[in-house]
Design a protein around this ligand. Sequence first.
Ligand SMILES: [Zn+2]
Length: 250
Amino acid sequence: MALTSGQNMRYARQILLPEVSGAGQEALLAARVLVVGAGGLGAPVLLYLAAAGVGRIVIADDDAVTLSNLQRQVLYETADVGRPKAACAAARLAALNPDAAVEALALRVSAANAAELVAACDVAVDCCDNFGSRFALGDACLAEGKPLVSAAVQGFSGQLAVFDPAHGGPCFRCFNPAPPPRDGRACEEIGILGAVAGMVGAAQALAVLKLILGLGDDAQGFLQVFDGLAGTARRVRLPRDPACPACGGR
Ligand SMILES: [Zn+2]
């Protein structure tokens, strides 16, 4: 697949990077990414993936846009309030970049549907707001051998990890063996500054692009911890857990 002159212009700034080049751009255009959750993290993830020319993007989100979303979910406009997020997000991405074929799924990811969704993608992105979807997605990625880029934010802080057990890294349950007893919606109770979700979501998009381009060692097991108030980011080792309830016997 050769790049068109329009694509060479659109992606010129990243094709200039030797780590990307024309071959990397073709890989991005051929990639299929599943993004679960089109909220505070999903918004920057989706915008940066579509802008970079990821060719196929599947958005799974069963919520509608509310007025209190707009403070951080920068995909949406005031006129979108009341409309389904997945469809609004797909329309926004199509307007941003016609190279991105976007599929909008108004559904909540669960153990019943996660495997089918994950099997069809190259990389899955966890931008979920609930533990049920997070764990279903993590288990499906382990079963299907697909890398998972997972992140969470709260207050001024956030964390991000790539789980790629098929390539020697930890699985989601090496880090989170089981859901906490109460499935609280932390963001609604504790609060979040929108720019913090933007910072961590952009880092999540970067991790996805690096996986597609084969750059870096994120998939070998690291946790990135962001403190927006202190203005710091650190990276700590996140090894496989030999006693993991999900991947321990493999
Ligand atoms: Zn594990």
